[in-house]
Design a protein around this ligand. Sequence first.
Ligand code: PEP
Length: 258
Amino acid sequence: MNTRRSMVAGNWKMYGSGAANAALVDGLRQGLAGLGAAAGAVDTLVCPPFVYLAAVAGRLADSGIALGAQNLCAETGQGAYTGEVAGEMLREVGCSHVIVGHSERRALYAESDEIIARKYAAALATGLTPILCVGETLAERDGDQTSAVVARQLDALIAHCGVAALGRGLVAYEPVWAIGTGRTATPAQAQEVHAFIRGRIAAHDAIIAGSLRVLYGGSVKAGNARELFAMPDVDGGLVGGASLKAEEFVAIVAAAAV
Ligand code: PEP
């Protein structure tokens, strides 16, 4: 039995509109209130696109649902970085968390392990809690490279930021082949990699490894969340598609509260 609190985080990706977000947040508030005390046992977080953060922050007021961003600039402060958003700005509009190194950013925007480590450091420097995403592609899994890829991604972070930095963030294991595909890792597959992640970090610092929350992401839905979250090293989920439906997200939160 561990003492780690579960978290369920919603990554809204590039979906939504002012009206759709308002309806979604209202649905979440209502649904989570309906869970009663169970909802209080789980940390909940939503990560809308940048332009909606301030409006969603207002709509979330006093709900207990935290706000996160999907990305941030590796530079802190102000500067001539067209199109970028600094951690300080995210804090100012109400974010407490930020996703770093999502596989879509790695694959579509060529984010390297090094830039991701710099973004993680920028998040910490600006008072945000980073959620570091790691995970292998299908070709890498088929080539028996899962451990090597995840180790490389973690080691790059530790080399740049130090292992203590992992004590101030979260990790999300997101097998790329399971993201948005409807194909979920089995609970046993997820557990195997989550245990590997914890073990890799424990080699540096067993206390940090023991308290680190490692979320699973990849086609989590109401129908599969409970068995995934029942695994001893799975501390909740990072949810994409299903986080856009209030009822589905609330059911996933309920599964994490068990
Ligand atoms: C994600 O975007 O982080 C994700 C896990 O997406 P989905 O749940 O849709 O697979």
